[in-house]
Design a protein around this ligand. Sequence first.
Ligand code: IPM
Ligand code: MG
Length: 388
Amino acid sequence: MMATTAAGSGAGICACGAARTVAVLAGDGIGPEVTAQAVRVLQLAAGLAGVRLTLSPGLIGGQAIDACGEPLPAATLDLCLGADACLLGAVGGPAWDGLAPARRPEAGLLALRKGMGLYANIRPVACHPALAASSPLRPDLVAGADLVVYRELGGGIYYGQPRFTETLPDGGGERAVDTMVYTTPEIERLARLGFAAARSRRGRLTSVDKANVLDCSRLWRRTVQQVAAEYPDVHVDHAYVDSCAMAIVAAPRGFDVLVTGNMFGDILSDLAACIAGSLGMLPSASLGERGGLYEPVHGSAPGIAGQDRANPLGAILSAAMLLDLSLGLHQAAQAVRGAVSRALEDGYRTADISSGRAGERLVGTAEMGEAVAERIPAAWNEMGRNQR
Ligand code: IPM
Ligand code: MG
């Protein structure tokens, strides 16, 4: 179900029993709580695979602004560049909303993605059978849905120049400019990852754009069409982002792999979270030529921070992607996913995925992490048996 094929992207893969280093950037809001559970599960699963992890904490976002006046201290970028992989919680919160754009917590995350050269953000979304009733969509619509969004992460309107805000003369208010830019190579490298993933999944790829309006999207569509010729076994279609948004909620089973630009991918992946029951369920991996950054798709949720109410499963499943894609520990990754599945089947629910039905057990962040952790050994043994 997960996008294991992205491993071919160049994320540094090697298990080899050696010690591995993981940078841990817990960040803001619920980041520290969910990351603590992800770390616990990560260490346990890597340990079963005979790999010792060295965890190195680093500051990012509001935490870093408070400690050293900038959202991405140079020491954090160095730490991440030197590690085998990075695990991140979340950035942002109302305390820092008033800062100038370049000093906001989010700017730290964007600079980290850029500094690490990450260009593909992989966001798998599936409906776990135990959670079909927790979705805001009808259970019969979401049952069996399983898709993955390949979001371009290093370009588009997030990074295009010029960008500025200026004051107009004569009381005319202000004028703000952002620029969407894409080049052929940027689109090609993302598209190739998407096609490779489609090949290892159900062989369908949907490229999402706004080619009826935007030049960037016309280039996007042309380029994906050209890359498609290298993958004749993959069925390709092209969708406008607006109608695609509707189709994701109306008929989510119609999607396998989606490839799209930075901003459309940001929006569509939050939307697609309905399928999984909650944004709290979604993991992500960001990959480039080397290294990888793993973070839950949800934000810092300042309203519930520090209350032991956040869902740690998105962070825990991000740790599973880290085991798979950066450490090459596939059995350990599968054990984590299996343990999450077992915890859900046994009725464990944080508030965001609770449907109020009999048999559910409402738990907090730490107890959910515990429920997953204690199911890992059995899941590990089962994976081992299946592989023999
Ligand atoms: C995400 C987030 C980030 C983004 C923010 C926090 C900058 O929404 O990872 O989806 O827009 O990329
Ligand atoms: Mg987002």
